[in-house]
Design a protein around this ligand. Structure first.
Ligand code: ADP
Ligand code: MG
Length: 479
């Protein structure tokens, strides 16, 4: 009798069923019966039971197809979703189905196969490039590999980015790039996208920010087009999501992102993600998501060092010359900027741009005087720096040793190592000279400080634990 509930719409969708015959159970069983209405009711019951959130993630994406010879066939958007539902909700679903039709023996999950969008778009348009209805965020033409300056702090991230940009076999998935603000994450992501367009025009590459991902997801929910959303996102070959920390704490978006992620990994599609910190450090990001993020390759962009900043300034000067015409740059200006503006490349770049604009306006070279005049605000704000004393305190705390030992004469490794790290941080994070730092380290000679700084520079290249300690301390001190 429950077959009476069949609706015209659903019958039309299945193509095979005839609404009129819904009452005639016997003749229908062999041909397969739409049980969509019961499913709609069961799905609602499940919503109350498992929560809105799980429901939207796992149950809503299912299409309940037909009942045939005691088997109910569901269609899931991916193998992952199908498996998940089978593992977690199988019993609840089958019990309810049986309550309305005791002849039901089993349920099965099939995976929805969507046509390859690349093939489809190729057929429609002459150019090989994208049109799946999925528009990524616009790419900045200047953010390419040619304009990316490589130095010690970013060489690993750069190498990994280069590697995925070749578009060869997927060897690490995802590539997870992280680092502080303005260290070049977005630049690298765009560079990858550009290079892929060139190297593999056949691939469907989608770049967007996590915020845009959320926006689209919410829109799809609102417009009841969640299946379209899912299908589209699952049809790309390379998915790049920038600033993924944004979706932490946004539960349903997180969940949906996780599904998209899994579906693509299942299909061996490359995923590239950026965030402002390591996966495990993103608060309110679900554990299973953060651990899955670490399956691939996690690389960080370290804070820039002086040489890298100088290199970036030179590279940007060449770019700005294209816009503002060539401009004379006085002695020591670039060095001064690289020394003083240390935390954020974007700010450094903005400072140089301002100088170029001003210099071309008044037709004079960029002098140190001009720097002081034009950049007083930036220079002032970059002055709020940590003190040597703060660094010493934090380092002692971190390594669990006494401050008096850190400053004292003991030479055991357990003390000497943190001491050298503190010297290194003092050199990096303050504008104190070596003799000044020496004085604050219990009256040590500047050569001792230099030795300590060099030692740490050497060690951090080989010792990843040490490098991590330093990064952590640096972040603590600068926050
Ligand atoms: P993030 O996304 O990490 O916050 P961006 O990629 O937006 O940082 O970089 C900020 C600015 O700094 C951009 O203009 C970018 O071109 C520039 N930049 C950062 N690192 C480099 C680099 N290694 N070489 C050249 N430009 C860089
Ligand atoms: Mg960015």
């Amino acid at each position: 009798m429950h077959y009476k509930n069949c609706t015209t719409r659903l019958a039309a969708r299945s193509g095979a069923e005839d609404v009129e015959s819904c009452g005639m159970q016997g003749s229908l069983v062999g041909r397969g019966v739409m049980i969509a209405e019961q499913w709609a009711r069961i799905s609602e019951e499940l919503r109350a039971e498992i929560g809105e959130h799980n429901h939207r993630s796992w149950i809503e994406p299912l299409d309940c197809g037909i009942l045939q010879q005691g088997v109910v066939q569901f269609t899931a958007p991916s193998r992952f979703v199908g498996d998940w539902v089978k593992r977690n909700y199988h019993d609840q679903i089958i019990q309810r189905l049986r309550a309305s039709d005791p002849s039901i023996a089993r349920i099965e999950f099939n995976v929805l196969h969507t046509p390859r969008p690349t093939a489809r778009s190729k057929a429609q348009t002459p150019e090989p490039q994208r049109d799946t209805g999925l528009q990524g965020a616009p790419l900045d033409g200047k953010f390419n590999f040619d304009n990316f300056v490589v130095g010690k702090p970013n060489e690993l991230a750069h190498a990994a980015a280069r590697r995925v940009a070749e578009g060869g076999e997927v060897t690490f998935n995802p590539l997870f790039l992280y680092g502080g603000v303005g260290l070049g994450k977005t630049h690298l992501m765009h560079a990858i996208a550009w290079a892929l367009h060139q190297n593999r025009p056949d691939l469907q590459v989608l770049y967007l920010s996590a915020e845009q991902f959320m926006y689209r997801f919410v829109q799809a929910l609102r417009d009841r087009q969640i299946m379209d959303f899912k299908n589209l996102f699952r049809s790309v070959d390379v998915l790049m999501v920038d600033d993924v920390q944004f979706i932490a704490g946004k539960d349903s978006t997180q969940e949906e992102f996780f599904h998209t992620f899994n579906a693509l990994v299942d299909q061996n599609k490359q995923i590239i993600i950026s965030a402002d910190r390591a996966p495990g450090e993103i608060k309110a990001l679900e554990d299973r998501i953060s651990s899955r993020m670490q399956w691939g390759l996690v690389v960080d962009l370290h804070p820039t060092d002086y040489e890298l900043r100088l290199g970036i300034l030179q590279s940007k000067a060449a770019l700005f010359a294209e816009t503002y015409g060539s401009v004379q740059i006085g002695d020591g200006v670039m060095e001064f900027l690289a020394h003083r503006i240390t935390t954020n490349v974007r700010v450094l770049e903005g400072a140089l741009q301002r100088l170029f604009a001003f210099s071309s306006l008044i037709g004079q070279e960029i002098s140190m005087d001009m720097v002081q005049d034009c950049l007083s605000d930036i220079l002032r704000s970059s002055e709020r720096r940590v003190t040597v004393e703060e660094i010493q305190r934090k380092v002692a705390e971190h390594f669990n040793i006494r401050l008096s030992d850190l400053l004292g004469p003991k030479r055991t490794r357990i003390i000497a190592r943190p001491r050298q790290i503190a010297m290194y941080l003092a050199k990096e994070l303050t504008s104190r000279s070596l003799p000044e730092i020496g004085r604050r380290f219990g009256g040590r000679d500047h050569t001792t400080i230099l030795h300590g700084v060099r030692k740490v520079e050497e060690m951090r290249a080989q010792d990843s634990q040490l490098a991590e300690d330093i990064d952590l301390l640096r972040r603590l001190l600068q926050s």
